[in-house]
Design a protein around this ligand. Structure first.
Ligand SMILES: *Cc1c(COP(=O)(O)O)cnc(C)c1O
Length: 379
């Protein structure tokens, strides 16, 4: 099976050279817009492309506001601060995620609590979340506290793994019942929808990433999505050093951050965004080919959840067990086809080893079996 799958990937990408997991594609107006920025000299934090990129992302996602940042991690940091996360709080999130999801909780001086994911979405499981809040937490004066740690549960931070949407209806029902704000890590989910609604627009705030490995790239970049006018205004203010608008005076009314996306990056992003619908179509077609291969070979591929339309940012193969997973990782990488396992679960990393979990049985089972397959837009 290993040899067959590696051959199949080579057939898709039609090359004998090394095949990366995900590489960007620049087939549109990238050079034209970048030249325009260089000619204008406005390469940094001032320039028309940033506003234009924000408007186009808002339009595409249906979010009322989009605020561009230097990267997705910075966007998540600000989103958590705006959701009200403070030092000493706890934030409920998933253990199966990229480390940035968890680091931003620590940047706020808060602690992550790791709740299990579900197999259907690879995202935070509403049932596991409900059980933790019901059994492990108590409400005092309308505020939810972890009974074991005594800390306030300030926010819930689910992540749409590989572009597959989480069960947002389920998560929002649970969180709304406890008055806990939801911030969506939609870094991998640009172009993914539940029904007609775009990922990152269900929670109070949502975040996108345009890192080089994501479905579209600005080199480095991120975006904060929200429907709340006041939060959007604060997001813009905090990411631009909290500077008060003035023709020549430098006045700042709080400790802000230099997190604004440069014009140069926004120009690249705008050119990439023009190609996003074609990228999504291509990636969904690729996922279909992997699925056909899996069906013909008795293998299992992760599919989009029912009722959702995934961007299929990364395809995932589920093998029988850890031994088979490791054998496939060895074989494919030795044969020039890049594959990788699920991220090391967050509480298995030294800096989060002390954090509380709900046992994470499903996360551990999936982590043992999952391998990501090459998923760049195919020619
Ligand atoms: C890429 C990614 C981020 C961070 O985005 P950067 O732009 O690289 O800072 C955060 N969360 C998840 C799940 C990601 O995949």
């Amino acid at each position: 099976m290993f040899e067959g799958l590696v051959g199949f990937v080579r057939e898709i990408y039609q090359t004998d050279a090394f095949i990366p997991l995900h590489e960007p594609r620049f087939g549109g107006n990238e050079k034209r817009y970048l030249n325009d920025v260089i000619d204008s000299t406005f390469v940094s934090s001032v320039g028309p492309y940033v506003g234009e990129f924000e408007r186009k992302i808002a339009e595409f996602s249906g979010a009322r506001h989009a605020v561009a940042t230097v990267n997705g991690t910075a966007a998540l940091h600000i989103a958590l601060l705006l959701a009200g996360v403070r030092p000493g709080d706890e934030v409920v999130t998933q253990a199966a995620t990229f480390v940035a999801t968890c680091n931003v909780i620590a940047y706020c001086g808060a602690e992550p609590v790791f709740i299990d994911i579900e197999a259907a979405t690879l995202g935070l499981a509403p049932a596991a979340l409900a059980e933790f809040l019901e059994r492990g937490c108590e409400r005092r004066a309308g505020v939810v506290y972890n009974k074991t740690s005594g800390r306030r549960i300030a926010a819930c931070l689910p992540m749409h793994s590989f572009g597959h949407p989480c069960d947002m209806a389920g998560l929002l029902t649970v969180c709304d019942g406890y008055g806990i704000p939801v911030v969506e890590d939609a870094a991998e989910a640009l172009g993914s929808r539940i029904g007609e609604r775009h990922c990152g627009t269900f929670g109070r705030l949502g975040v996108l990433s345009f890192n080089g490995n994501k479905i579209i790239t600005t080199g480095g970049g991120g975006m904060i999505l929200t429907d709340d006018d006041d939060l959007a205004r604060q997001a813009k203010h905090l990411t631009t050093t909290a500077k008060l608008a003035h023709a020549w005076k430098f006045e700042h009314d709080q400790i802000g951050y230099n997190y604004r996306m440069p014009n140069l990056n926004a120009a690249l992003g705008l050119a990439q965004l023009e190609q996003l619908p074609a990228f999504v179509d291509s990636k969904r077609a690729l996922a279909g080919r992997y699925l056909d291969w899996a069906r013909a070979n008795g293998a299992e591929i992760v599919q989009e959840p029912a009722g959702a339309r995934s961007n299929y940012w990364l395809n995932a193969l589920l093998l029988d067990d850890a031994a088979q997973r490791d054998a496939f990782l060895e074989y494919s990488n030795a044969h020039g086809v890049m594959t990788r396992p699920l991220w090391t679960l967050m509480p298995d990393l030294p800096m989060y080893r002390h954090c509380r979990t709900d046992g994470l049985s499903q996360s551990r089972r999936l982590a043992e079996r999952l391998v990501n397959l090459p998923s760049s837009v195919a020619i």
